[in-house]
Design a protein around this ligand. Sequence first.
Ligand SMILES: *[C@@H]1O[C@H](CO)[C@@H](O)[C@H](O)[C@H]1NC(C)=O
Length: 228
Amino acid sequence: MAIRNILTYIVVIAIASSVAYAADPTQLQDFCVAVNDPNAALFVNGQFCKNPMEATPEDFFRQGLDKPGFTGNGNRLGANVTLVSAAQVPGLNTLGISIARIDFAPYGLNPPHTHPRATEILTVLEGTLYVGFVTSNLQNGENKLFDKVLNKGDVFVFPQGLIHFQLNVGKTPAVAIAGLSSQNPGVVTIGNAVFGAEKPISVDVLSKAFQLDGNVIKRLQSMFWISP
Ligand SMILES: *[C@@H]1O[C@H](CO)[C@@H](O)[C@H](O)[C@H]1NC(C)=O
């Protein structure tokens, strides 16, 4: 009996610790400002980091999120994402967070996409957005849409990895700020990845997958897929 209790205890600990390891590891130092020059670098977890004695406030700083991204003529989606991640602010390296400004022309769309490495929390500063995300495949085979119309000051969360979108349903420009739980969230724009891949995914694969005639697939593949 005692042995069984101990085994149960070990199993519970094993499950609990495997859950704990599902999160990003905690950083081992205050920060690891990304640097390209190996002579100015230390190694942490196999990556170059700037020697902390040489880090400056500029490593943690970026200007310009007050400026709208261009959404005018020639921007076919009428949306523009200005991302500030570790690529723009080297001090974000290893910290697991980034931010984006998203501008929308009237009826502009940030098309269905996912962030493979980040949950997103979005707040509307101006305008009215229709937003939503779709769950992964549920046990009953469904994918459920969670959607909402957001006004100024409203906040909405897009869980990590799930397909989501934002559409400006107002007659005026809209702007939102998004926080992302990765220093390098990544983007998969669904249409671009599926129909715009370089080289193209085989028509046989896509016509079977989408239950569409090959000519429809070829037409979709011939389109110019863009992301904001
Ligand atoms: C987004 O805005 C930036 C800054 O105005 C501009 O350089 C870029 O071309 C815009 N992107 C699109 C797709 O219009």
